[in-house]
Design a protein around this ligand. Structure first.
Ligand code: ADP
Ligand code: LRH
Length: 470
């Protein structure tokens, strides 16, 4: 038996609607719609253009139904942590972007009640100043009756039903690291209203059919199924390997670097290294560290494009690959790089502060960014192995960044271990596979799903080059 499902995958850089075709021995995907995800700054801060995203999702679903009338289900994933507050089914304001600076005040407010060590012991999350718990601490929660993370919000708009999918709920900071249930004690200590948190569901749960008004727009009724609604959880489903000695880098706007575990690792060393225990599909644990990722590059390109020039990314990357002068390797995770702004100026400022050579051309800036990301990736892989006790012999890079040959090669070089690149659309593939399994189109564990991925999308190998030629 084989069939088609549609994945709605909203990344921080772009969104897409993909058709996935799955059978016992079959897996393929086809893009139906792609659209930019461009945030909007208004007087009170930086927001997601959530209505524009929703409009694109519904239009994309309409196109998917026209292409594949027998579609069995749809599933939504997106970037983590951000949310809408609701009252009586209405959205109260426009969701904030996690790069908005308001969360700094929330960090202080939360830490005044529960210190960083205690917080980590409870939720196992790395400290990111924008974790939902810190954002919520700045909000007027008394006005709301429900908090919906972005994919849960879209599921609600599509079906009228409310639920919190567990992988994404694990990024809020309010889920127990061991129990994977809302941590009532922590929530009470933080003085947050427990009642706004919806009931938790696992990936692979039927949420419901489309609301009649949505079905009319899309062209027919469809069933909505939860997937690993945290995009990184879906990406990890589609790592094309079931080997135990594998680390992964889900590389897009962020670089999520880690290993998959059966149980969380809550240790002081892990906390100090800022490693997180996020929830994976099938109860797995994504033990990983957030590296700043290709945001450094896209935000630099955005600065250069302010002069109305349109930059050809592959061309710029080719120029960066040809740079032969040594360039600065900076700490990609430095917090100065988090907020939107003039990234090349910030990189130059970092270099001056640490007495490193300031890049002299765009190609040198890009080379410096890619070298610094490869360095951060390699360090995070080594730390993931040490902290989890796993041996790592091979590293898979998936996501948009797996197309960046220079980055893949330099990561292999710095690690001294082989890197396998692709699939580019791992997140959509993971989304498709979890729906397909819920629909009975495939059966089995994550390992058997990954075997299907490896067969359908054979990754591109990069061997580490000896030091002298690297
Ligand atoms: P997200 O899911 O976070 O929106 P993606 O996984 O789509 O991100 O990856 C986006 C990144 O992929 C871009 O920032 C860009 O650096 C990289 N990318 C996209 N196309 C190419 C390409 N042709 N060559 C190299 N890198 C690319
Ligand atoms: C990647 C991602 C990442 C989160 C960040 C907010 O898109 O979901 O896993 O930490 O966005």
């Amino acid at each position: 038996m084989s069939g088609a499902v549609a994945a709605i995958d909203l990344g921080a850089t772009s969104g897409r609607v993909m058709l996935g075709f799955v059978g016992h021995d079959e897996l393929s995907i086809r893009p139906v719609a792609r659209f930019a995800n461009t945030p909007v700054r208004i007087a009170d801060g930086l927001h997601w253009n959530i209505l524009e995203l929703y409009r694109n999702v519904v239009a994309g679903l309409g196109a998917a139904v026209r292409e594949e009338p027998g579609l069995r289900s749809i599933g939504v994933d997106s970037w983590a942590v951000d949310y809408a507050l609701m009252r009586g089914g209405r959205m109260l304001g426009t969701p904030y972007h996690y790069r908005d600076e308001r969360s700094a005040a929330g960090v202080e407010a939360v830490h005044a009640l529960v210190g960083p060590q205690e917080l980590y012991a409870a939720n196992g999350l790395q400290h990111l100043p924008f974790n939902t718990v810190f954002q919520l601490a700045t909000d007027e929660l008394d006005l709301a009756d429900t908090m919906l993370l972005i994919p849960d919000l879209l599921n609600f708009w599509l079906t009228g039903n409310t639920a919190a999918e567990r992988t994404n709920a694990s990024t809020t900071g309010l889920l127990g690291a061991e129990t994977r249930e809302w941590d009532d004690e922590l929530i009470a200590r933080l003085g947050m209203p427990r009642a706004i948190l919806p009931g938790l569901v696992d990936a692979g749960t039927t949420i419901g059919g489309l609301l009649p008004s949505v079905a009319a727009e899309v062209g027919r009724n469809l069933s909505v199924t939860t997937v690993g609604s945290h995009d990184t959880a879906s990406a990890v489903v589609a790592i094309p390997s079931s080997r135990d000695d594998t680390a992964y880098i889900s590389c897009g706007t962020w670089g999520l670097v880690g290993v998959e575990l059966e149980h969380p690792v809550i240790s002081e060393a892990g906390r100090a290294a800022n490693f997180t225990n996020e929830g994976g599909v099938d109860g797995r644990v994504r033990y990983l560290h957030n590296v700043m990722g290709l945001w450094l590059l896209s935000e630099s390109v955005r600065s250069w494009e302010r002069g109305r020039e349109v930059i050809d990314l592959p061309g710029l990357l080719a120029q960066a690959a040809a740079v032969t002068t040594p360039v600065a390797v900076f700490d990609a995770d430095d917090p100065r790089f988090l907020a939107p702004g003039d990234m090349p100026a910030r990189i130059a400022g970092y270099c001056l502060e640490y007495d490193l050579p300031v890049p002299a051309s765009r190609a040198e800036f890009v080379r410096s960014i890619i070298e610094s990301l490869a360095d951060a990736f390699a360090r995070a892989v080594v730390a993931a192995a040490e902290l989890s006790g796993r041996q790592v012999s091979i590293v898979h890079i998936v996501g948009g960044g797996s197309q960046n040959e220079l980055l893949c090669q330099l990561t292999a070089d710095r690690l001294g271990r082989p890197v396998l690149a692709g699939p580019v659309e791992a997140t959509a593939i993971g989304n498709v596979l979890v729906q397909a399994r819920a629909q009975g189109l495939v059966t089995g564990s994550l390992e058997s799903l990954r075997t299907l991925v490896a067969r359908a999308f054979s990754p591109r190998p990069y061997s580490p080059r000896p030091r002298a030629s690297a």
